[in-house]
Design a protein around this ligand. Structure first.
Ligand code: PLP
Ligand code: COI
Length: 340
């Protein structure tokens, strides 16, 4: 198989149409078998449930070329489980068990030519999503749905690659208590658009959202969870029922303990204690681990001792170990790597 002739090392995080995508439809109470198609276009009724009441959820995962030239995906079973949880919360019918991972494999295989080569710094981003398709005008769940997966080769999510980010403490809330912050609903991202556009206009890279009930605890950003490192090298990550259970973050906690021998804590993190941490990073499929150099709260700057030039020492170790596992340089825990 010949790779596409792309400038792999200079890709941004953008959409580039690839050859095949997976489509499955739900009608009369059942999902069909699904198939690959070259058709990237969706034609919907004007009153489709997704268009009127945003009945949709999605996932994000990546395929990697390993050092020994295999193509692998990272913990797709956890994306399958999370999409299942999102569907339940949004009254979307669940997919048959195993269908998600099977469809991911088909899409990656069919677009092998777009999987960036080892060492290029790029990866293949895979985007599964489900949405209500039939006309809905009273507020209720749709009766018909479509599940699709496309993929697109991507570079770093944040411009500037590994340069430490500047984060704004947002005055907006991302998720309500007992709302939908813990699932990957499209609506969570729609409401983050005004805050992120505003933050970018003001020169910030991302927003830090606080817990909406008390505004005293750290939640997450619009597209990644936080990790902090204490001055005595403990890895701390916020625990909350209204943040997305990041697969990267859950994996990093295991990496920190099992590979690096570090102590880890998943607990409520008061905004008040952020100034005492030595390092900070954002973690997620798109973000991988992006270092944070500075957090700004209404003009007050909290600067991490790791600075604005490079990742903190522990953050760098976490990054090297996680990407080492994903790219086949380090042995992975059982079941983390699925070969295509
Ligand atoms: N938090 C939010 C709001 C996200 O959109 C994402 C991205 O998926 C994450 C966290 C990170 O999750 P994961 O590591 O599973 O990609
Ligand atoms: C991901 O990391 O996969 C996400 O969905 C985050 C999004 C902001 C791109």
């Amino acid at each position: 198989m010949e790779k596409k002739n792309l400038d792999w090392s200079n890709l941004g995080f953008g959409y580039r149409q690839t050859e095949q995508r997976y489509v499955s439809n739900y009608k009369d109470g059942a999902w069909d078998n699904g198939a690959l198609t070259e058709d990237a276009t969706i034609v919907l009724n004007e009153c489709a449930g997704v268009l009127q009441y945003a009945q949709t959820c999605f996932e994000g995962l990546k395929a990697y070329t390993t050092q020994d030239n295999r193509i692998v995906v990272f913990r797709p079973d956890l994306n399958e489980q999370r999409m299942h949880d999102s569907c339940l919360r949004l009254e979307i019918p669940a997919l048959p068990k195993g269908r998600f991972v099977e469809a991911v494999k088909q899409v990656v295989k069919a677009n092998e030519a777009y999987v960036p080569p080892y060492g290029s710094g790029a990866t293949l981003y895979i985007r599964p999503y489900i949405f209500g398709t039939n006309p809905v005008i009273g507020v209720k769940p749709a009766d018909e749905y479509q599940f699709r997966i496309f993929c697109t080769p991507v570079g770093p999510y944040f411009k500037g690659g590994a340069k430490p980010l500047t984060i704004k403490v947002s005055d907006f809330d991302r998720a309500a208590p007992h709302g939908t912050g813990h699932i990957k609903a499209g609506l969570n991202y729609a409401m983050s658009l005004y805050p992120i556009v505003t933050a970018h206009e003001e020169g910030y890279d991302e927003n830090m959202y606080l817990d909406p009930a008390t505004r005293t605890k750290v939640e997450e950003t619009g597209g990644a969870n936080f990790i902090f490192v204490t001055k005595d090298n403990k890895v701390v990550t916020p625990k909350s029922d209204s943040i997305l259970p990041s697969i990267t973050r859950r994996s990093l906690m295991i990496v920190a303990q099992k590979y690096l021998g570090l102590e880890v804590e998943e607990r409520e993190v008061l905004f008040e204690e952020v100034k005492d941490f030595a390092e900070c990073g954002l973690c997620g499929t798109a973000a991988v681990i992006s270092p944070v150099g500075k957090i700004v709260n209404h003009g007050e700057e909290l600067c991490f001792s790791s600075g604005m030039e490079k990742m903190g020492t522990i953050t760098q170790k976490l990054y090297d170990t996680l990407t080492g596992i994903q790219m086949g340089r380090l042995e992975a825990p059982e079941g983390w790597i699925v070969e295509i």
